[in-house]
Design a protein around this ligand. Structure first.
Ligand code: ADE
Length: 239
C-alpha cells in the first residue's frame, strides 16, 4: 500500500506516521508514505498558495493550481510505474463519515492519495478535477486535514497484511461484526483488591471464548446500542 499525502505540512504527516506501528511498517516496506508539499508546486512569489475568496468573506482559500499540479505529479508517477489512476480522498467535514468498513474497503487499494485542506478550504475547481471521495472523521471542524489523513492512514495500515504482528488482532476486535472488544487483563492476578475473572485462568479455551463473546455483547449493549441495531438490520438483509 502506498499513501501519498498532499499537504502544506509534510513534517506533521512524517513525524506522526513514522512512529510506533505505522513507523515500523514503513521501515519494513509494508506500507509506503510519500508526503508531498503543495507549496513546491506554486509558481507565485514567496511560495504563496492561497488568496482571498471571490465574493468576499473571511479567511483565505487555497488556490487551484498548486493543488492540481501536486496531484498531477503523483498521478504521473503512479501511471509511469504501471499502476492505475488512484482514488483521491479529500479530508472534509462535508464527506461521508469514516468507519471500519470504509477502512477495509480502502485497504484493498494499491495507492491512495489524501488531499489535506487548510484555511477556509480549497478552490472548488481543483476539487472537481482531482477528488474521488470526500471523507470526514466526525461531526466537528478541525483546523486542517492532516490529522484526519493520519487517522485514516493509521486505521487502513493496520489492515494491511503483516502490519500487525498477529493477524488475529485485526480480525477479532472492536467493530468487526459490529461488537466492541471484550475486557483484557494481564499480570498481576490481583491489583488494588480487584481480581482477574476466574474463567481467564481456567485454561479452558471454549469457556474463555464464550465469556469473551458475552462480555462483548454486554459492553456493546451498554456503550453502543446503536451498533447492535445496525447488526440486526444487516442480518435481516442477508437472511
Ligand atoms: N477537516 C476539518 N475538519 C475535518 C473533519 N472533521 N474530518 C475530515 N477533515 C476535516
Amino acid at each position: 500500500m502506498r499513501f501519498h499525502v498532499l499537504t502544506l505540512f509534510p513534517e506533521m504527516i512524517d513525524s506522526g506516521l513514522n512512529t510506533s506501528i505505522t513507523g515500523r511498517a514503513i521501515k519494513n516496506g509494508l506500507i509506503e508514505l510519500d508526503s508531498v508539499n503543495i507549496r513546491d508546486y506554486t509558481k507565485e512569489k514567496h511560495g504563496k498558495v492561497d488568496d482571498y475568496p471571490y465574493g468576499g468573506g473571511a479567511g483565505m482559500v487555497m488556490q487551484a493550481e498548486p493543488v492540481y499540479l501536486s496531484y498531477k505529479a503523483v498521478e504521473d508517477k503512479i501511471i509511469k510505474e504501471g499502476r492505475k489512476k488512484p482514488r483521491v480522498i479529500y479530508t472534509t467535514p462535508q464527506g461521508r463519515v469514516f468507519n471500519q468498513e470504509i477502512a477495509r474497503e480502502l485497504s484493498e487499494e494499491e495507492d491512495l492519495v489524501f488531499l489535506c485542506g487548510h484555511y477556509e478550504g480549497i478552490d472548488e475547481r481543483a476539487l472537481e478535477l482531482v477528488v474521488t471521495d470526500n471523507i470526514s472523521i466526525g461531526d466537528y471542524v478541525l483546523t486542517g486535514g492532516e490529522l484526519p489523513a493520519m487517522v485514516m492512514i493509521d486505521a487502513i495500515s493496520r489492515l494491511v497484511k503483516g502490519v500487525l504482528n498477529n493477524d488475529d488482532s485485526a480480525k477479532y476486535e472492536s467493530f468487526t461484526d459490529n461488537l466492541l472488544e471484550y475486557p483484557q487483563y494481564t499480570r498481576p492476578e490481583q491489583y488494588m483488591g480487584k481480581s482477574v475473572p476466574k474463567v481467564l485462568l481456567s485454561g479452558d479455551h471454549k469457556k474463555v471464548d464464550k465469556w469473551r463473546y458475552e462480555e462483548s455483547l454486554k459492553r456493546t449493549k451498554q456503550r453502543r446500542p446503536d451498533l447492535l441495531e445496525e447488526k440486526n438490520e444487516d442480518s435481516t438483509v442477508t437472511e
